[in-house]
Design a protein around this ligand. Structure first.
Ligand SMILES: [Zn+2]
Length: 112
C-alpha cells in the first residue's frame, strides 16, 4: 500500500530499471525522481499546448531549434548561446518562439 497522499502506478521492468539508475545518479528516491520527471513533462506539455496549433518543431540542429510558425508562414530559428535562447526572426530573447522553446523538455535542461 502506498503512503497517505500517494498513489501507485505500474511501469514495465525496463522503465523501472531506468528510473532506478537515474534516481541513484540524482541521489534521490525512485518515487521522488519519477514524480519530478512526470510533473515537468506534464507542465511542459500544458505550456506547449497553448502554442501547438501555431508553432511546431521542425528539427534540432546543433545549438538551434528550427520551428515552423504557421501564423507567419515561415521557418524560424531559435538558438542557444551561453545558456540563453534567442530568436533570429525577432532578434529577441522574449518572443513567443523563445517561450515555446523554453517549454520543450529537450531544451529545458540546457537553459538557465
Ligand atoms: Zn521569435
Amino acid at each position: 500500500m502506498p503512503d497517505k497522499g500517494f498513489r501507485s502506478v505500474n511501469v514495465t521492468q525496463q522503465v523501472w530499471e531506468k528510473l532506478k539508475s537515474k534516481a541513484k545518479q540524482e541521489q534521490t528516491s525512485i518515487s521522488a525522481y519519477a514524480t519530478e520527471v512526470l510533473t515537468s513533462f506534464i507542465e511542459a506539455d500544458e505550456r506547449l499546448s497553448h502554442y501547438a496549433p501555431l508553432i511546431e518543431v521542425v528539427a534540432f540542429e546543433g545549438n538551434s531549434v528550427i520551428l515552423r510558425d504557421k501564423k507567419l508562414a515561415r521557418i524560424v530559428e531559435v538558438y542557444l548561446h551561453e545558456k540563453e535562447l534567442s530568436c533570429r526572426h525577432d532578434d529577441s530573447m522574449e518572443c513567443v518562439h523563445v517561450a515555446f522553446c523554453q517549454a520543450l523538455p529537450q531544451v529545458r535542461r540546457f537553459v538557465r
